[in-house]
Design a protein around this ligand. Structure first.
Ligand SMILES: Cc1ncc(COP(=O)(O)O)c(C=O)c1O
Length: 442
């Protein structure tokens, strides 16, 4: 690609849509330049798509479930797998420390944190469970979450409450998703914080409706509440971040939460069976491990000496031990590098562009109700909708027969989901819209 990415982004932003070009640039020459930039933009993304070995018969609109590995990730996994098969213990002994550190360093760069504040996990689910079950809650204290959060958060909290005697309170985040604003969502959550609330457990992008919550606004409000509380009564903010991670250009510090849990095997296109927990030092110190760490020296020494480990918990102490699918864990470094090579801001721009095209097309269909807010500050890559008179499962089945890979999330209220990502194209979205229209007319 001749154009550097920054130039490409600036020029392509002008080129996005002939209407925009005509209105903002105003001349035929500029419109022609716009369409050339549009072609360059599409050819850039076609190059990204070629790095995925996806079959070309289907339109893949379910990256939110499980990743296809792009070429550098696939190559790294294969490289390590062969070396492990040739000498399992030898390769592990010689390389585990170095390769794990490289994966952590890459994650730290991507999230803008010290790698020592990251724990490697197997999935979002494992991270959420380790955090919420690691909190030392007491009877009389409560965890606040919402009715719209996912099973993984609710079930982890239920189990934590059962063990500790703390209470879980679920509030309705909204009555009508069509009426929400970032301010109304933040206000709804913050007004429910009580003196006994110790933890706020939320999800960045909801996998049912695609709603993206205003994490920073909520974190800022919490900081104001916490300012007048003693350290042991302050509210800690946990976030299931998986459906923003790898499609939103946000670092950990800009989110403002205490705990961020995400799988790397969805939007990040990382090795299947990988995930991270990122926490602030205050967050780590509030936790106790559930699974023995293999990388915390003090935990081992304490065991050798038959005593309690000293000091506060750290990411290393919270990192679940046991032998791993190492070739996958180590190839995380390439997954982060792949995203950095593109640029997280471009990943977000492309995801938003395709999601907008999809939402606008769905919103125009007579028998279709779009669930996901159209505003980019209230949505990311998940686009959810209903088709009048049909169950979501039936719609997904019919779309699959038409070679469109959609999905339904396991919630009490279900919707059809199409989730465009950086390996999709506007032509994919057009094809998906055509097939949804056909299904909705049946
Ligand atoms: C909000 C949310 N959290 C967690 C998960 C599970 O993710 P993982 O497979 O990384 O455990 C899902 C499933 O897609 C999800 O929608």
């Amino acid at each position: 690609m001749d154009l550097d990415r920054r130039t490409l982004l600036t020029r392509a932003t002008c080129a996005l849509g002939a209407g925009v070009v005509a209105a903002s640039c105003g001349s035929e020459d500029q419109a022609a330049a716009g369409s050339a930039d549009r072609a360059a933009w599409e050819s850039y993304w076609a190059g990204i798509r070629r790095q995925f070995p996806l079959n070309t018969d289907d339109v893949h609109l379910s990256a939110m479930l499980i990743a296809s590995h792009p070429q550098p990730v696939r190559q790294a996994i294969e490289w390590h797998r062969r070396a492990l098969d040739a000498s399992p213990a030898g390769y592990l002994q010689d390389n585990n420390g170095r390769l794990r550190e490289a994966a952590l360093a890459a994650a730290g760069r991507y999230m803008g944190v010290d790698p020592r504040d990251i724990a490697l996990t197997d999935s979002t689910t494992m991270g959420v469970a380790l955090v919420y079950n690691g909190l030392m809650l007491r009877p009389g204290e409560e965890v606040l979450t919402t009715e719209q959060d996912y099973y993984v958060t609710h079930e982890s909290l239920r189990l934590a409450a059962q063990r500790t005697g703390a209470r879980v309170r679920k509030i309705a985040l909204y009555e009508d998703i069509r009426q929400v604003t970032p301010e109304s969502l933040a206000e709804r959550v913050l007004q429910e914080i009580r003196p006994e609330t110790r933890v706020l457990a939320l999800t960045w992008v909801h996998s049912s409706t695609g709603l993206k919550i205003p994490v920073r606004m909520i974190a800022d409000g919490l900081a104001r509440i916490n300012a007048s509380r003693s350290p042991e009564t302050q509210v800690l903010f946990g976030l299931d971040g998986v459906h923003g991670f790898g499609n939103q250009n946000q670092m950990f510090g800009s989110l403002g939460c205490d705990f961020f849990m995400a799988g790397c095997h969805k939007w990040l296109f990382g090795p299947r069976g990988t995930g991270i927990i990122v926490a602030t030092p205050r967050g780590w110190a509030a936790l106790r491990p559930s699974i023995p760490s293999f990388i915390d020296g003090e935990s081992w020494t304490a065991w050798f000496e038959n005593r309690e480990p000293q000091g506060a918990s750290t990411a290393a102490r919270m990192t679940p031990g046991g032998f791993k699918p190492y070739e996958h864990q180590w190839a995380l470094a390439e997954a982060f590098a792949f995203h950095e090579g593109i640029g997280p801001h471009l990943v977000q721009t492309r995801t938003e562009e395709l999601a907008t095209q999809l939402k606008e097309g769905l919103a125009r269909m007579p028998n279709v109700t779009l669930q996901t807010p159209r505003r980019p500050d209230l949505s990311a890559g998940i686009v959810s909708f209903d088709v009048k008179g049909m169950t979501p499962a039936a719609v997904v089945k019919m779309l699959k027969e038409r070679r469109i890979i959609a999905s339904v999330a396991p919630y009490a209220t279900r919707h059809v989901r199409l989730t465009p990502c950086i390996y999709n194209s506007p032509a994919d979205i057009e094809r998906a819209l055509r097939e949804v229209r056909a299904v909705a007319m049946v």
